[in-house]
Design a protein. Structure first.
Length: 116
């Protein structure tokens, strides 16, 4: 069973920064970050390939968020800069066995709150 453990959420003022981490057990996976705000559906934020060589972002976070990964341990990061109140959400880490696959594994979520 794959385990994803997220950390790094919290409360920050608009314009501030946070870094989220997601540690995955087992082999190396393609990883992504999603978020869900109250009353809204879960939405894609950013993804990184198994190799780490390819990344993609939602338009709403391009230029402000950066996804990256360590080779060892198997940890993925989401650096969030210039945060806005509309970034407030529960952020979820997700993993899949291959770049072309569907996400199969999800973390428990970490709350990010941006005050205006």
């Amino acid at each position: 069973q794959v385990q994803l453990v997220e950390s790094g959420g919290g409360l920050v003022q608009a314009g501030g920064s946070l870094r989220l981490s997601c540690a995955a057990s087992g082999r190396r996976y393609a990883m992504g970050w999603f978020r869900q705000a109250p009353g809204k559906e879960r939405e894609f934020v950013a993804a990184i390939s198994v190799s780490g060589g390819n990344t993609n972002y939602a338009d709403s976070v391009k230029g402000r968020f950066t996804i990256s990964r360590d080779k060892v341990p198997n940890t993925v990061y989401l650096q969030m800069n210039s945060l806005k109140p509309e970034d407030t959400a529960v952020y979820y880490c997700a993993a899949k066995y291959a770049d072309y696959a569907q996400y199969e594994y999800w973390g428990q979520g970490t709350q990010v709150t941006v005050s205006s």
